[in-house]
Design a protein around this ligand. Structure first.
Ligand SMILES: NC(=O)c1ccc[n+]([C@@H]2O[C@H](COP(=O)([O-])OP(=O)(O)OC[C@H]3O[C@@H](n4cnc5c(N)ncnc54)[C@H](OP(=O)(O)O)[C@@H]3O)[C@@H](O)[C@H]2O)c1
Length: 329
């Protein structure tokens, strides 16, 4: 099969097309003939040598795919509720930049009705991550306020739409006025240009002093202290990345007085059983929102798979809004 491999840690140019044997599904896995592979910022970290794959996982990058079911036992097909030839999208721990990929049956979901393979490939990583952090861990409720740092990211556009569809008010930050406008068009209620405004001051102003009930943070660093300042009482802050650095100064007095909860997580090393539960929740609660058009994939650009280096360069330029996807067909 054709695949894209990381030849050495480094810049986008280390992504090279190659030929590899197609993987063989083990018990518990389905084989997928891949038509599209989503790109995520963790792939960039892996390419740089900063995010090694978990033990036993393919060295090929790629955390999400869409295609058709090409193999798997009757038992595993039943677990996924799929048949050979069905359109499928899946969360994988690696190996997604390839024409064939194996995925745990419990992490496979049907392509939502009406979506293209490109759109379906853009869903798993952000839907699983947002669902886990915003809804399962931070328990965002209808009527509450969610602050999304990085609203125009792949993660951000998913968080905005799912939270709005489930009845929350959404405030985002983004690094330009154009990106703020894009977030508002996607459904955010308020967008703050973090380069020209202090988000903590703005969040307090927008919420009439109450603050945000849930904060999805992909920055950390000096953002954490400011998030403590603009979180509501009983606020929940879920950290999913440390783009602003790992050292933070927080006011522990605020932690106590506001009864804040601070959590952190990475999805990739979690067990198949854990991800299977998220998949089931997504299928029941998020997939109907996607099929009804209330939550829409936001595709910034599609690249032919052999242009993966260009796709990574685009992601690192941070000029995109939403998702970048590779096509194999
Ligand atoms: N923990 C997990 O399980 C998990 C899973 C998936 C992704 N992630 C992380 O989630 C983040 C988003 O992933 P993605 O694939 O959606 O990447 P992406 O589309 O490349 O988005 C990165 C975003 O970070 C924003 N950003 C950078 N510095 C910022 C700052 N100081 N303030 C506010 N926003 C800032 C950028 O906004 P501007 O361009 O406007 O500056 C951009 O929107 C990445 O850091 C990724 O590693 C974590």
């Amino acid at each position: 099969m054709r695949a894209i491999e990381i030849t050495a840690p480094g810049g986008p140019e280390v992504l090279q097309a190659c030929e590899r044997p197609a993987p063989v599904p083990k018990a518990g896995e389905l084989l997928i003939a891949v038509q599209a592979s989503g790109i995520n910022r963790p792939d960039v970290l892996q390419r740089k040598g900063l995010y090694p794959m978990p033990p036993g996982v393919s060295d090929l990058p790629g955390l999400e795919i869409a295609g058709t079911v090409a193999g798997g036992s009757a038992e595993d097909l039943a677990v996924a509720g799929l048949a050979l030839g069905d359109a499928v999208c899946a969360l994988v721990a690696g190996g997604g930049y390839a024409e064939f990929c194996v995925a745990p049956a419990g992490q496979c979901l049907p392509v939502p009705r009406g979506l293209t393979m490109i759109e379906a490939a853009s869903l798993p990583e952000t839907c699983f991550t947002v669902w886990q952090n915003v809804f399962s861990i931070a328990r965002l409720q209808a009527g509450e306020t969610l602050l999304v740092q990085g609203g125009s990211s792949g993660i951000g556009v998913t968080a905005i739409q799912l939270a709005k569809a489930l009845g929350a008010q959404v405030i985002v930050t983004a690094g330009s006025d154009a990106k703020c406008a894009a977030c508002l068009a996607i459904g955010a209620d308020h967008a703050i240009n973090y380069r020209t405004q202090d988000f903590a001051t703005e969040v307090k102003r927008i919420t009439g002093g109450k603050g945000a009930n849930v904060i999805l943070d992909m920055v950390a660093g000096d953002y954490l202290g400011r998030e403590f300042a603009c979180a509501a009482e009983d606020g929940r802050i879920a950290v999913i990345a440390v783009q602003g650095g790992t050292a933070s100064q927080i006011d522990a007095g605020l932690l106590l007085r506001k009864r804040l909860t601070l959590t952190g997580s990475t999805l990739r090393p979690r067990t198949v059983a854990y991800k299977t539960v998220i998949a089931q929740e997504l299928k029941a609660q998020a997939w109907p929102l996607i099929e009804s058009g209330r939550v829409k994939p936001v595709i910034h650009q599609v690249f032919a798979a052999d242009k993966a280096a260009e796709a990574h360069a685009l992601m690192e330029s941070s000029t995109h809004v939403g998702k970048i996807v590779l096509s194999w067909v």
